[in-house]
Design a binder for this molecule. Structure first.
Ligand code: ATP
Ligand code: MG
Length: 167
């Protein structure tokens, strides 16, 4: 089935990581792919240590997409497309695939849209997609859609990202 975690509140990536942990607890094989974010986040090393979970991401921090140089942008697109090719070529080995922040990659043209659609249409396992604003096409294909709505977030009163909470 296809799962979407979307919306402007906090909890999309952590929900996907929680689902991955639950699935791994049943001795399943998982692939957790992160798009856009290259800086260290606390879940990455821990997920990698769990039996059955493979984590893939672009290891360079490219920063916010709007401040990317054209060269950084091309490198990021190349890296994203390589990761999508890896998914396409290996998807049958996994019971669950998480494409974290895939909607940002899709909406901002930072990955090949056809590859993302191909995975969504052909993968037979549990596909988990996250990002603030899913395109209608994905919402129509999804079986679960959970929208996390921000009521309050400390960022709004000037509190920055905190270790262990935001990253
Ligand atoms: P988390 O990784 O904590 O589950 P998320 O995946 O829902 O959050 P993203 O949209 O990926 O959130 O945002 C990346 C970062 O911005 C995270 O550190 C997240 O906690 C934080 N964040 C989430 N929602 C907001 C918001 N409304 N305003 C400011 N920062 C936010
Ligand atoms: Mg996230």
């Amino acid at each position: 089935m296809i799962h979407i975690y979307c919306g402007n509140g906090k909890g999309k990536t952590t929900a996907a990581a929680g689902l991955a942990v639950r699935m791994a607890g049943h001795k399943k094989q998982l692939l957790f792919v992160q798009f856009l974010k290259g800086s260290y986040t606390g879940e990455i090393d821990i997920l990698e240590r769990l039996n059955g979970i493979t984590v893939t991401r672009c290891d360079k921090e490219y920063g916010f997409f709007s401040s990317l140089t054209p060269q950084d942008k091309n490198n990021l697109i190349k890296c994203h497309n390589n990761n999508l090719d890896y998914v396409i070529n290996n998807m049958n080995h996994f019971d669950m695939i998480v494409l974290d922040e895939i909607f940002a990659a899709y909406n901002y043209q930072l990955a090949d849209k056809e590859k993302i659609k191909y995975i969504t249409e052909t993968y037979k396992g549990e596909l988990v997609l996250t990002g603030r604003e899913p395109n209608k096409w994905f919402m129509e294909k999804a079986d679960y859609i959970s929208e996390i709505k921000k009521i309050k977030h400390p960022f709004d009163i000037g509190i920055g990202a905190r270790e262990g909470i935001e990253y």
